[in-house]
Design a protein around this ligand. Sequence first.
Ligand code: THU
Length: 133
Amino acid sequence: MSTLYPLAQSVANRAHAPYSMAQVGCALRTSSGATHQGCNVENASLGLTLCAERAAIAAAVATEGPAMRIVEIAVCCLQAEFSPCGACRQWIAEFAAPQCQVHFRQEGRWVSMPAAALLPSGFGPHSMRNLAG
Ligand code: THU
């Protein structure tokens, strides 16, 4: 189990989730060794909800700048089990270090997968480099 798990669980308690009642926390470690956390922040205009993963990534960029790279990231919901949603997979891909691992709960256990496996054939920074020629 990643040492990020207790951090993700802890920050999930601060989620603003009055609509889904799903409190989600995320903790990530960057290549600098620093950790950053985020929780989901829902809104009465439901489509404006921010997921925990994207909140954690935004915090990491705000603290370390856009060159930060994620080496591992854990997501934890206090009421259910799930892996990062599609939008969050795309955000992770934007900042993932080559060997980035993603940890989440599945069937009562923590599982770890390479970020690349969560977004096969994904659109990412490499796609934009191709676009630039
Ligand atoms: N949620 C996350 O925080 N991360 C995900 O990867 C999927 C979903 C949140 C959004 C919403 O507040 C609640 O979980 C239920 O969808």
